[in-house]
Design a binder for this molecule. Structure first.
Ligand code: KIV
Ligand code: ZN
Length: 509
């Protein structure tokens, strides 16, 4: 039997550190449930000390998501570690993940601590965490640029202190695959107690090498890989989970290892991260991009018709990327609808099902075929966005040749209905101006993008907006067959995210 590679998903923690990717508690819980279906081994649910919102989200995930380890991040100090434990302690299998930087530049300039003090803090942090749980992971931040012999000492000492996983991050995405692989090999050969812990890697993508570096580490003995769905994360992102998992599966002949990920849930997980964060996957992205299985050149199409293996090294089915219409339509009853939702992983309260069902019926009047993605969008709109500061109640727009585009908007703001009419240079401009006045926002619109989430002229439009206020950048997303309504929803979603961040200021890792 080949070795198992543990998949540690950090979409909810490092992924959320992507500019604009803030998620609220309900969104995080929904994503955590999908990660559980995906079959990852560890979900890093957040950084509990960072804000009250982070703490509550981690706690909720720990309470509600079973069958997977739940990790909480903590710097190497007692307050962080105690807070992380408070947030995860009710999980079925909690893990404390504590870290401190070990590179000269981080120790001298950021921590202003000499190496001996850093080593001491690392040991103390692990010892304290061990008082709460045996499942303790230690990370040597910026290990990619750390002195290798100091890194060996830190690794040996934290294992002695009780760490059962030691993570070697390439925090700034600086190393090259051979070099990073050598680093892991050196640790494996020079740390006497290395076999008492699982060696993990956590690679950032600043030079586009995060996946290559992670795989080089696996070839040299790493047995846990930290990664995120769609590769989202701080700056250029983290190693992408789908690429790691599919590389390990497709090249098992060379890598000689396996993961327990249910690859057929990859596409749904990728779509969900896009829905929640509004960060769209580039079409040519490996594994989950829209063109990943498209064959344009005639010679390729000819080959595909003769034998798919000529140009296909993995199938779209293997990642669950098959666009099948729902077997549901205009005449379906609410019971069949509920069962379909459950098949898609939504176990909702009856009142939520009723609300989504009534919107589904409205959609069947507007659209010929309903796809799974449409249903995901409906659930996102109707269930996971409730409880926010701003909610769109009503919208009409008047526009046409010779008319001044005019919008009338009714918003529920903190439970109170407010209405206003306003003008603009086009219909969307009129809607945005009116919403801006109603919410009294100072946020600047940085980007506006429209995408069709399912094919045909009756497709649902998916709008993404990016706004900025006082240096805080957020992304909002909305979908609707009516592109103007989708735009209004996206703008309001962004304003809700901004409001959430302003009320939950985070500290940096
Ligand atoms: O990139 C990094 O070093 C991290 C650590 C906290 C693991 O995210
Ligand atoms: Zn990181």
């Amino acid at each position: 039997m080949s070795d198992k590679i543990y998949i540690f998903d950090t979409t909810l923690r490092d992924g959320e550190q992507s500019p604009g990717a803030t998620m609220n508690t309900n969104e995080k819980l929904r994503l955590a449930r999908q990660l559980e279906r995906l079959g990852v081994d560890v979900i890093e649910a957040g950084f509990p000390i960072a804000s009250l919102g982070d703490f509550q989200a981690v706690e909720k995930i720990a309470l509600n998501v079973k069958g997977v380890q739940i990790a909480g991040l903590a710097r190497a100090n007692p307050k962080d570690i105690e807070t992380a434990w408070e947030a995860i302690k009710k999980a079925e299998a909690p893990r404390i993940h504590t870290f401190i930087a070990t590179s000269p530049i981080h120790m001298e300039q950021k921590l202003r601590m000499p190496p001996e003090k850093v080593l001491e803090a690392a040991k103390e942090a692990v010892k304290l965490a061990k008082k709460f749980t045996s499942n303790v992971q230690f990370s040597a931040e910026d290990a990619g640029r750390s002195d290798i012999d100091f890194l060996c000492r830190v690794t040996e000492e934290v294992i002695k202190a009780g760490a059962i996983t030691v993570n070697i991050p390439d925090t700034v995405g600086y190393t090259l695959p051979d070099e990073f692989g050598e680093r892991i090999k050196y640790l494996m050969e020079n740390v006497p107690n290395i076999h008492q812990a699982v060696i993990s890697v956590h690679c950032h993508n600043d030079l586009g090498l995060a996946v290559a570096n992670s795989l080089a580490a696996v070839r040299n003995g790493a047995r846990q890989v930290e990664c995120t769905i769609n590769g989202i994360g701080e700056r250029a992102g983290n190693a992408s989970l789908e690429e790691i998992v599919m590389a390990i599966r497709t090249r098992a002949d060379i890598l000689n290892c396996h993961t327990d990920v249910n690859t057929q849930e990859i596409f749904a997980s990728s779509r969900l991260v896009t829905h929640i964060t509004g960060i769209i996957v580039q079409p040519n992205k490996a594994v989950v991009g829209a063109n990943a299985f498209a064959h344009e050149a005639g010679i390729h199409q000819d080959g595909m018709l003769k034998d798919k293996r000529t140009y296909e090294i993995m199938t779209p089915e293997s990642i669950g990327a098959t666009v099948t219409p729902l077997v549901l339509g205009k005449h379906s009853g609410s019971h069949a609808f509920k069962i379909r939702l459950e098949e898609l992983g939504y176990h909702l309260e009856q009142s939520d099902i009723d609300r989504v069902f009534s919107k589904f019926k409205e959609l069947t009047d507007k659209k010929k075929e309903i796809f799974e993605d449409d249903l995901h969008a409906l659930v996102a709109e109707e269930v996971f966005r409730v409880g926010e500061k701003y909610r769109l109640e009503f919208l009409t727009v008047l526009s046409g040749y010779g008319l001044i585009p005019t919008a009338t908007v009714v918003l529920e703001i903190d439970g109170e209905m407010k209405q206003l009419a306003g003008f603009g240079s086009g219909p969307i401009d009129a809607v945005f101006n009116t919403i801006a006045k109603l919410t009294t926002t100072r946020a600047k619109l940085l980007r506006f993008a429209v995408n069709a989430i399912t094919g045909g002229t009756d497709a649902q439009g998916e709008v993404t907006v990016r706004i900025e206020e006082d240096g805080i950048i957020v992304i909002g997303q909305g979908s609707d067959p009516d592109i103007i309504s989708a735009s209004a929803k996206a703008y309001i979603n962004a304003l809700n995210r901004l409001d959430y961040i302003k009320n939950n200021p985070r500290i940096k890792a």
